[in-house]
Write a protein that binds this ligand. Sequence first.
Ligand SMILES: Cc1cc2nc3c(=O)[nH]c(=O)nc-3n(C[C@H](O)[C@H](O)[C@H](O)COP(=O)(O)OP(=O)(O)OC[C@H]3O[C@@H](n4cnc5c(N)ncnc54)[C@H](O)[C@@H]3O)c2cc1C
Length: 599
Amino acid sequence: MQTHQYEAVIVGAGGAGLMAALYASRGARTAVLSKLYPTRSHTGTAQGGIGAALGNLDEDHPEWHAFDTVKGSDYLADQDAALLLAQDAVSAVIELEHLGLPFDRTPDGRIAQRRFGGHTSNFGGQPVRRACHAADRTGHMILQTLYQQCIKNNVMFFDEYHVVDLIRNGDTVAGVVAVNIDSGELHIFHSKAVLFATGGWGRVWEITSNAHTLTGDGNVITFRRGVPMQDMEFFQFHPTGIYKMGILITEGVRGEGGVLLNDRGERFMERYAPSIKDLASRDVISRAIYLEIQAGRGIKGKRYVHLDVTPETVNRYFAEAGESRRITREDIEAKLPDILDFCRTYLGVDPVREPMPIQPTAHYGMGGIPTDLDGRVILDAQRTPVPGLYAAGECACVSVHGANRLGTNSLTDLIVFGRRAGRHMAEYCQGAQFVPLPSNPAGEVEAELERLRHASGTSKPYQLRAEMQAVMMNHVGVFRTGEGIQTAIDTVRRLKEQYRNNLGIDDRGSRFNTDLLEAWELGCLLDIAEVTAVSALARQESRGGHSREDFPKRDDEHWLVHTLAYGTADDDIRLNHEKKVDMCLAEKDPRFKPKERVY
Ligand SMILES: Cc1cc2nc3c(=O)[nH]c(=O)nc-3n(C[C@H](O)[C@H](O)[C@H](O)COP(=O)(O)OP(=O)(O)OC[C@H]3O[C@@H](n4cnc5c(N)ncnc54)[C@H](O)[C@@H]3O)c2cc1C
């Protein structure tokens, strides 16, 4: 078994991993391990933009951005983190520009910005242009820019290395174990510090905007090594996924003036969010779509509504609102090229001429591996850090998104907190020694992989996965009830039992054994599904992405707390709700006092 030694090891080559690697490499010998080729990471699909209060087109301020983030989070975001995000966002976007990111421009050469859901002026006033964009390929541009910078900075890349375990020596981190996907061999990476930036886990649900690779590996690897998962009950359903496919139609479409219409042709968001309508927060719109469908107002009585960005419709609503701006087909072609391409290719629908059929799609995990503001993984309500262990990006929970993430704040999170974590890692590595590897550091995971390779039962991974995805979609989706969540828990536990005792895979080989690795990923998905459902059952209130029909109100008296879920020795889950939401109480009153959330 080959052993490599790097001071800093980063697992994941999306925006968070690359930004952290760039900063870590300035003070430590750094390696990035990725199960995908780096520029195929999911950050590359991010379309609409990265949020920063640059104020290039409308007056804007970081404090307004922080307020929108906290309000969007349904007041569960830690306010110190939200303020830091909004303040650092400005320098982060300018840093990306200086690193070479080709943002769209205003006529006078500044970074162009567009409207997005929940972005407002003056603490909840009118929509404000805050999303900085490079057409609808902002994430793609971030990845390319950061990857080139990492290469320039001598970061060492191990592409198509699938990390399967974290090595600890006592309390301290000592490295990771990875499968070289090409050869099938296990490799040990001995390090002083490890950062997980493994992205999301949307594959837990049936309809999702997430790629097949988003299986929550980092969260589960650390969970199995004693780290809790935080706030997993909060999973965001983006309102506009392509009907039945889940492929995302960016909020940027509504930012450009697109509107949601039901079967009667009504702009139904006028009823649910009278002030900012189609630009309300994602959880609010997803619920509205479900309610329209439930009331029989889905298109042709089916489970979808229309998103209309045709110039005729958009300009009619602009005129009705007394706005002077108008859009043309050429504007839409220039600003939303990828969206048009998706719809024409996958649906045979041309959005400049006809509306797009959409339904909510599982999109983003607000919870994750708990960290402090420097990306250090923490263990408990007292914020005890694990020496040498870091997390950033979607797999982490700092917590800046609380119960519901504001559009464009994920890319901001990757850059702002990836940068802080990378910087802290470099400092840590300079003061720390390599701790010795334990004997046989890959032993446990090697045994599990061999069990899976030789599994010859009758339950195929795709069958178990499909059943899990269906039950999670039906019972731990946009709307939830205690009874439904319990059904999901019982089902997932039965599936876990089958996974352990009756799994069957077909490929017993070594090279590119994706059958084996997908089975291993399924184990991660099942663990995450269980933690999500158990956390959701305990939270007896409705907040952000967690909407309980049996507890329809938000309950600030009892639930302004984070959920920490721990794995127990007997494969159960223990919840802890002692970690209070940070309200910036140093300033006596909460910076942003919780109030009813209306848009
Ligand atoms: C379609 C779509 C559009 C979006 N648009 C926007 C937007 O406009 N604005 C916005 O702010 N957010 C947007 N988001 C959300 C945002 O893109 C993601 O939350 C963010 O890019 C996640 O970045 P990340 O660096 O955390 O992870 P990712 O970019 O997902 O990268 C994860 C990395 O981890 C690696 N990895 C995972 N598991 C392992 C393992 N076991 N071993 C080794 N490597 C591993 C992968 O290879 C990959 O390199 C969008 C999301 C989607 C799905």
